[in-house]
Design a protein around this ligand. Structure first.
Ligand SMILES: NC(=O)c1ccc[n+]([C@@H]2O[C@H](COP(=O)([O-])OP(=O)(O)OC[C@H]3O[C@@H](n4cnc5c(N)ncnc54)[C@H](OP(=O)(O)O)[C@@H]3O)[C@@H](O)[C@H]2O)c1
Length: 258
């Protein structure tokens, strides 16, 4: 079975690794190309956009893809929407593999913001020391609030001219441990954390550290995505693919869009 994995997450990577070891599958792992030195799994990989939904449809048709697993980050809304359009157009099965969102626990002080601009507003007018952990692409929104001091953490450096004036950048891919997060936040005198609701373990320590230090978190909400069948972990995605193999054997090739 020929599978397209839209990747960029730990789960997408793990799924690609698992399929690379299973001769029943020929999977291609696709990345947008945002990270300079991406981690690439075994098996076929490709890097770069497809050219919108139509580009994705053309690529999938050319590669005779049988099924798509959208294992992109919950905030990668455009590619997830394109995956739904392409799956519908080609009448192919699509599964969205997405980690459950974090939920606030006792002691958490979360302030939900709809997007990065709303997060800027939520910081308020008074100068604060902000731990900005939202990746590098939306950092420029915080130029609108130059009164704050920012500690910005990302995998690759944000554009220099997109930074707010008082910003220190640290580059780190994670995962992050609780003790390290506590020391970092204490050392920088962090007064508020701005985060996306990534879910999963690798980035969760900053949330626990904020709880322990009684620091508020401005949590940028996940963007709405078009409806699609979903699962929450790699095991469930493997089971779904197994089912797809079984049911594809019961169908004529013309019904499989081949
Ligand atoms: N957004 C985040 O916070 C975040 C965090 C960690 C990792 N990531 C990963 O980074 C990638 C890009 O995120 P984004 O927020 O820029 O997504 P996006 O806004 O949904 O996508 C923008 C465009 O990038 C291309 N693209 C995105 N993911 C792709 C993939 N896996 N393979 C090929 N092309 C892809 C598509 O270009 P075309 O229209 O030309 O096909 C898409 O229209 C995703 O793979 C995501 O999993 C994102």
């Amino acid at each position: 079975m020929r599978v397209l994995i839209l990747g960029g997450t730990t789960e997408g990577y793990a799924l690609a690794e698992a399929l690379a070891r299973d001769s029943r599958f020929a999977a291609t792992y696709s990345l947008a190309g945002r990270t300079k030195t991406p981690l690439l799994p075994g098996g076929a990989t490709r890097i770069g956009g497809f050219g919108g939904a139509q580009g994705l449809i053309d690529w999938m048709r050319g590669e005779k893809i049988d099924a798509i697993v959208d294992a992109t980050h919950p905030y990668a809304a455009r590619i997830s929407a394109n995956a739904v359009v392409a799956a519908n157009a080609l009448d192919l099965p699509l599964l969205r593999l997405q980690r459950p969102a974090w939920v606030p626990a006792a002691g958490d002080d979360w302030h939900e913001a709809a997007d990065a601009n709303a997060a800027v507003t939520a910081l308020g007018p008074e100068p604060r020391t902000v731990f900005l952990t939202i990746g590098r692409t939306e950092v420029a929104a915080f130029r609108a609030a130059p009164q704050h001091r920012y500690l910005i953490r990302s995998v690759d450096a944000p554009e220099k001219n997109g930074l707010p004036p008082r910003a220190e950048v640290i580059l780190h891919r994670g995962p992050f441990g609780l003790d390290d997060e506590l020391s970092l936040m204490r050392a920088h005198g962090i007064g508020v954390v701005v985060s996306k609701n990534a879910g999963g373990e690798a980035a969760h320590a900053k949330i626990r550290a904020a709880r322990q230090l009684q620091i508020p978190v401005v949590m940028i909400a996940r963007p709405p995505l078009p409806a699609a069948p979903e699962c929450r972990d790699v095991e469930a995605a493997l089971a779904w693919l197994q089912d797809e193999i079984t049911s594809a054997h019961g169908r004529e090739p013309s019904e499989r869009g081949v």
